[in-house]
Write a protein that binds this ligand. Structure first.
Ligand SMILES: Cc1ncc(C[n+]2csc(CCOP(=O)(O)OP(=O)(O)O)c2C)c(N)n1
Ligand SMILES: [Mg+2]
Length: 576
């Protein structure tokens, strides 16, 4: 049995219980031993003391108003640090509230461990009706990368190690760890307890690609007339920034960053094909996907969005990803850092970007950038998305280290295109599922993990999913600026209900003053209606340390239903 413990681990146990240890302390000691510095959670029976003991041991505990936000925050921590974020929920409904975020983390391949207390097994299993009764592990199994339960105090160390290993290794994801109340209260000999804990060695070992697989990819790219690299958030997660940049700059290949890969190379990099996305996807004959999946966000690799004859090279840590949508001509299984190093080593000048293709992309970019510049410089009243985002872009440019959190429909689509990123892993958004509700959780996770400023650009509907976390932000005095794009609705705010006197399904209150919400908790609120007012408020907000919310009035008529995803709405009878 491995028995690596730190002196503090032994001391914490001894201090609390003489020569005995209980489940609570063993959980905390096991987490500490594995370098967990922060727990995100929401307390209640049976985990309240767990949070207290964690705090007493020096782990930071961040308490939320809803479990979904706590798990989103931990997931964000996992993405930013490459180490599983840890969150804590209570039995039954608390566990379920967190589960959406655990599933979302799994869909996004973020490593996170949701630890939940649970009710008495002998009551739950016979369905005798316990307080917050639920067979949580069976439920979690379907939504997480894995689910485990610790049934004996002696297995706490094993359970935590197993959860951390599973969350971080291979394709990262959400892991559920169930710890029944009885196990938290179970007492054993302190030495025996300490000896049952261990530190996971190399939680996500490197995985090197086979040389022949690398040569196959190099050969394909070398023969391409219109090569392209697509960077996904897996590439950002990998923290292989220098290898990726070196490969792209040495070969001269055009690259297209997916939303959360923005900033891996700066958005104004001369090889970026972001402003010529349609041409890049539609024209490429050989594309290399780096930590990007051919899911709906890339139109499943299908024509006409993609060239029908395009050949795909794919780098992924999980080989079952290959051929999920299109034939993969050159699969490269491995961690992205190792694969990029192998590509750099075996390329030897064979891969180049044909000048004609580069010119074609550059010309299209120039045209599209000019079109967008015209939209950005128009100054309509009331202010539209572009006017607000132009103001934000100009202020944010001076703060490249600020994290950008972004959700909504139009708010997401417009902000993604207008706000340039210059630093890797600084953009966090709705991601693989297009989920609403990540906003305040991700913002809190980013602020807590990095201490940097965070700017959350939120649709008014999107903000509502986690708005109560403003209190959390104020309670911990986090350097977060929330900008709510208030267009009075889901997508837009001018819908009229012709069938009843109720508001339409997409209507929200246009007159809402979200800025007053943060003032209730002692934060600073602004209400702005013009780009100049937004510039002034955001500049002032970023010069201060405290939490700020800017309610930004946006023309309720200018949004598009479902933003850029209008075509995904099914068309029934009588709909155009
Ligand atoms: C959890 C969840 N519930 C519902 C949706 C459906 N949905 C997509 S975008 C959106 C909100 C769009 O409105 P808003 O955030 O105000 O952005 P806007 O388009 O108005 O800028 C909703 C509810 C979702 N994506 N996720
Ligand atoms: Mg809206």
């Amino acid at each position: 049995m491995p028995a690596t413990t730190t002196p503090q681990t032994n001391r914490a146990i001894a201090d609390a219980r003489g020569n005995l240890a209980d489940g609570y302390h063993l959980v905390v000691d096991a987490l500490q031993l594995n370098d967990v510095r922060t727990i995100y959670g929401l307390v209640g029976i049976p985990i309240t003391d767990l949070a207290r003991i964690a705090q007493a041991s020096g782990i930071r505990y961040i308490g939320f108003r809803h479990e979904s936000s706590a798990v989103h925050a931990a997931a964000c921590a996992g993405f930013l640090t490459k180490k599983p974020g840890v969150c804590l929920t209570v039995s039954g409904p608390g566990f379920l509230n967190g589960l959406v975020a655990l599933a979302n983390a799994t869909a996004n391949c973020f490593p996170v461990v949701q630890i939940s207390g649970s009710s008495e097994r002998h009551i739950v299993d016979l369905k005798r009706g316990d307080y917050e009764e639920l067979d949580q592990m069976s439920v979690a199994e379907r939504f997480a990368k894995a689910a485990y339960r610790v049934d004996r105090v002696h297995d706490i160390g094993r359970g935590i190690a197993r959860a951390i290993r599973t969350a971080a290794s291979g394709r990262p994801g959400g892991v559920y760890l169930d710890i029944p109340a009885a196990v938290l209260g179970e007492v054993i000999d302190a030495n025996e307890g300490a000896a049952s804990l261990w530190k996971v060695v190399d939680p996500a070992p490197r995985q090197l690609p086979a040389p022949e697989a690398v040569d196959r990819a190099v050969e394909l790219l070398a023969g391409a007339r219109r090569p392209l690299v697509v960077l996904g958030k897996g590439a950002a997660y990998a923290q292989a920034d220098s290898q990726i940049r070196q490969f792209i700059e040495e070969t001269g290949l055009p690259f297209l960053p997916m939303s959360m890969a923005k900033g891996l190379l700066p958005d104004d990099h001369p090889q970026s094909a972001a402003a010529a996305r349609s041409l890049a996807l539609g024209g490429t004959d050989v594309v290399m996907l780096v930590g990007a999946r051919l899911n709906w966000l890339l139109g499943h690799g299908e024509a006409p969005q993609w060239n029908r004859d395009a050949k795909f090279i794919q780098i992924d840590i999980q080989s079952s990803e290959f051929d999920s949508n299109q034939p993969i001509a050159a699969p490269l299984v491995g961690d992205i850092g190792s694969v990029m190093e192998a590509l750099l080593e075996r390329n030897r000048g064979q891969i180049t970007a044909p000048p004609r293709w580069r010119d074609e992309l550059r010309n299209r970019s120039v045209t599209n950038i000019a079109k967008m510049a015209a939209q950005l410089s128009a100054d309509p009243h009331p202010m539209g998305f572009y006017g607000a985002l132009r103001a934000m872009r100009d202020v944010v440019r001076a703060h490249p280290q600020a994290y950008i959190v972004n959700e909504g429909a139009n708010t997401l689509d417009f902000a993604r295109n207008v706000i340039d990123m210059h630093v890797p892993r600084h953009r966090l958004d709705s991601g693989t599922w297009g989920i609403m509700g990540i906003g305040m959780g991700y913002a809190i996770g980013a602020a807590v993990e990095t201490g940097n400023r965070v700017i959350a650009i939120e649709g008014d509907s999107a903000f509502g999913f986690s708005g109560m976390e403003l209190e959390t932000i104020c309670r911990y005095q986090l350097p977060i600026v929330v900008v709510v794009f208030n267009n009075g609705g889901v997508y837009k705010g001018d819908a009229v209900n012709t069938v009843s006197t109720d508001p339409s399904p997409t209507t929200l209150m246009l007159s809402a003053r979200h800025d007053m919400l943060i003032e209730a908790f002692g934060g600073k609120g602004y209400s702005v209606a013009t780009p100049a007012e937004l510039t002034a408020a955001l500049t002032e907000a970023l010069a201060s340390d405290g939490p700020v919310l800017i309610d930004c009035m946006i023309d309720p008529t200018v949004g598009t239903e479902s933003g850029h995803l209008t075509n995904l709405n099914p068309k029934g009878l009588g709909q155009a």
